[in-house]
Design a protein around this ligand. Structure first.
Ligand code: ASP
Length: 309
């Protein structure tokens, strides 16, 4: 079988969505946003651009869209703030950048990339990360930019029902992208508001290199979504890449095995994966995963539920 010259997969979060649980408008708007994110990545890859630029472009579209739990539309912390986490990784060099707990940076993935390219570090957090953002002249916004009425309602519901530490309705919504470009390089990016009602400076898997995000030209690239604590403990993204590189597993097999392990620990969620050969795969143990994929050979798929919708 011929390999695609380039390929791209995106996600907008795993969750308990089933056909009929979203209003027709919500469903249409979400699918349209996934389509726009896919197009942003395709525009880069189709012009022989870099996988790194493609994953950043796709994630930035979803960060700005209020339907997803990243950037605008991020979930609220217990104290009613939005604290954003993001990561990006370049499979060619295994350079990586990540930020956690930022509150004013419009595009956390842009800041993660600046950490990778313009700092000597991999991972910055909180006020220091935003001091760096200002130095780098990365767009800062009033925190109101991120807030949406629907996310506020979800926080009030969680508090009223005393639902515990996790969003038991599994309304994730983290966003991510993985790509392989025409030069054969892979990249991954992930951005999130974390979990509704989080506190104590909680950080999930999304910005943790090797857990929610990983890329290595020798194997592939992964972006995850789900109950972050389990994804950190499993080292999901690195584990999938390691299985492909060391055990010779294919993308789907590696992804399914690791999501199976996460499930065995008690965690829910999913991943998008691209292999070094450009093969893409989705794997999730929730009923839904907002997702899309495309390649230069005419593949274009957007879906939400277990079967492609
Ligand atoms: N994985 C994210 C976290 O734990 C949540 C999500 O996927 O929506 O912060």
């Amino acid at each position: 079988m011929t390999e695609p010259r380039w390929s791209l997969a995106i996600h907008g979060g795993a969750g308990s969505m089933v056909p009929g649980s979203l209003s027709p408008e919500q469903e249409a708007q979400t699918l349209a946003a996934l389509g726009r994110a896919l197009d942003a990545g395709i525009a880069v890859l189709g012009a022989d651009g870099a996988a790194l630029d493609a994953v950043e472009a796709a994630v930035r579209v979803l960060e700005d869209d209020p339907h997803f739990n990243a950037g605008r539309g991020a979930v609220f912390t217990y104290h009613g703030t939005n604290e954003l986490d993001a990561a990006i990784m370049d499979g060619a060099t295994r350079a990586a950048g990540a930020v956690a707990g930022v509150t004013h940076t419009r595009s956390p993935v842009e800041l993660a990339r600046a950490v990778m390219e313009h700092s000597p570090h991999v991972f910055l957090s909180g006020a220091g990360a935003e001091e760096f953002a200002r130095e780098q002249q990365i767009e800062q916004v009033d925190p109101d930019w991120f807030a949406t009425p629907e996310r506020w309602r979800q926080l009030q519901e969680l508090k009223a029902k005393k639902l515990g530490w996790f969003d038991v309705d599994l309304k994730y919504g983290t966003v991510g992208a993985v790509a392989r470009d025409a030069a054969g390089h892979v990249a991954a990016a992930t951005s999130t508001g974390g979990l509704t009602g989080k506190r104590w400076g909680r950080i999930g898997d999304s910005p943790v290199i090797g857990a929610g995000t990983y890329a290595d030209d020798r194997s592939g690239a992964v972006s995850a979504t789900g109950a972050g604590e389990f994804f950190i403990r499993e080292g999901v993204a690195h584990e999938i890449c390691a299985r492909m590189r060391l055990a010779g597993e294919g993308v789907q097999q590696a992804a399914d095995t690791v999501i199976g392990d996460v499930g065995a620990l008690g965690g829910d969620g999913g991943v998008i994966v691209v292999g070094a050969d450009g093969t893409t795969a989705f794997s999730f143990n929730t009923s839904g995963l907002y997702r899309g994929r495309a390649d230069n050979m005419g593949l274009r798929e957007i879906g939400i539920y277990t079967s492609v919708s």
